[in-house]
Ligand binder design. Structure first.
Ligand code: PMP
Length: 423
């Protein structure tokens, strides 16, 4: 049996190894490994060297409200947003760095729910279904895997977590806030927060708040508002916006996210939360993120005939190529359907552009359980019920390495139409 540690180590290897043609393909997580060839091609351009005596203090910028944010990262984040044109980062906006945007989500909930009035109910947290959701898949022995011994590689891996809004809201059983489900059906009185993810995980749609009632605050999770996934139609200018290094560039392992916040008090409370939970954020990770964001911004801003393909051009070319192939397979086998996305003018690319979301939100025709059906073909995905909707939907990561993606297409193409309910 392969242990959890072995499996993690093998997925973290530098050079992708050939995938045995009969192995299980796990596309249930949004691990953005597909960008690795680009960064390998960049060679030493993004290498950061840190001597042993460096970065020893807790403090990065004591005069700044977010005293643990390195000025280099602050500058690189603002510069990149200006170059891409996807968010307003004027000087009066506060940037808060977090250990991934996962920590920042918790920080925002803390900020919006304190100080608590002891006479009031916990703050309700809602999101419109389908919403970003939890991933606890592999039970020991792989009984969930669709049988036929197809789960060897993942044997013994219990709980590969992708934290989610419901999970993150509930896991400490806070008295400050409470998960209150689908924003469409939310009808409670009192204060609430709606999380708006746009483009949305899992279905890639562009979203606005739906629970438009008194007493509501909004958190905009813009993890996928980057040119490789969606046309950039304007500078987002919301009160609280979350971004993550994980999905912007693929460097999920660095665990860097940032919030752009308008209100000083909210920003200060978020800083307090991060102080209390981790006394700041790794400076090594911040420096690496700063370097990589800086290189991208510089490449995007440069022009001329010899100009190399910048990261977002590369990412978009790759993503749209994958989407085109997937749509072709889905069209040919007639068993599934995919959402259609409108084409918009992308300010970054300067032309009309299609969306190519990080996840495919696949629907099985005939009301079949889509996740189970794919598991029979050794493709592990994340079924609709985990996102608050029916089981004929499932979410498939589009961010895996090439070999895995190609194997996925091959297997999907082999699933033919129904004959007496059998595939
Ligand atoms: N928000 C959304 C919508 C996501 O899909 C993810 C990652 N799957 C996150 C936040 C978490 O990002 P991070 O790696 O920065 O914690």
């Amino acid at each position: 049996a392969v242990s959890a540690a072995d499996s993690v180590v093998s997925s973290a290897k530098k050079t992708p190894t050939a995938i045995p043609s009969d192995s299980v393909i796990n596309l249930s997580r949004g691990d953005p490994t597909m960008y690795q060839p680009y960064w390998r091609r960049m060679g030493d351009k993004c290498t950061v060297v840190i001597p042993g005596h460096d970065l020893m203090s807790y403090f990065s910028d004591p005069g700044n409200l977010c005293w643990f944010l390195m000025p280099e990262l602050d500058d690189a984040i603002r510069r990149l947003h200006r170059v891409v044109g996807n968010a307003v980062v004027d000087d009066d906006r506060y940037i808060i760095v977090g250990t991934g945007s996962t920590q920042l989500f918790q920080a925002v909930l803390f900020a919006l729910s304190t100080p608590q009035n002891p006479d009031t109910e916990p703050l309700s947290v809602v999101a419109a279904a389908p919403f970003y959701s939890v991933l606890i898949v592999f039970m020991e022995g792989g009984s969930e895997m669709g049988g036929k011994g197809c789960c060897r590689v993942y044997y013994n891996v219990f709980a590969l977590m992708e934290p989610s809004y419901p999970e993150e809201t509930e896991f400490l059983r806070s008295g400050l806030y409470k998960w209150a489900g689908d924003a469409y059906s939310f009808d409670k009185d009192g204060a609430y927060v709606e999380v708006v993810t746009s483009p949305n995980n899992p279905d890639g749609t562009i979203r606005e708040a739906v629970a438009n009632r008194e007493g509501g605050k909004l958190i905009h999770d813009l993890a996928y508002y980057w040119p490789q996934y969606t046309p950039i139609t304007g500078k987002a200018d919301y009160d609280i916006m979350l971004f993550t290094f994980s999905k912007a560039t693929g460097h999920a392992g660095s665990r860097i996210g940032w919030a752009i916040v308008k209100d000083k008090q909210v920003a200060a409370k978020m800083v307090k939360y991060i102080e209390l939970s981790s006394i700041g954020v790794s400076k090594e990770a911040q420096l690496r993120a700063a370097k990589i964001l800086e290189v991208i911004a510089k490449d995007c801003a440069s022009s001329g005939p010899d100009k190399e393909e910048n990261f977002f051009e590369y990412g978009h070319r790759l993503m749209s190529d994958r989407w085109e192939k997937l749509r072709e397979v889905v069209k040919r086998n007639g068993v599934f359907s995919l959402p259609k996305y409108p084409r918009y003018f992308c300010n970054f690319k300067g032309k009309d552009t299609d969306s190519s979301p990080a996840f495919a939100w696949l629907k099985a025709k005939d009301g079949l359980n889509c996740d189970n059906l794919l598991r029979e073909f050794k493709i592990v995905t994340r079924g609709g019920p985990n996102f608050g909707v029916e089981s004929d939907y499932t979410r498939i990561s589009m961010l895996s390495v090439d070999e895995e993606f190609n194997l996925f297409l091959e297997r999907l193409a082999a699933i033919k139409g129904t004959r007496n309910g059998h595939y």
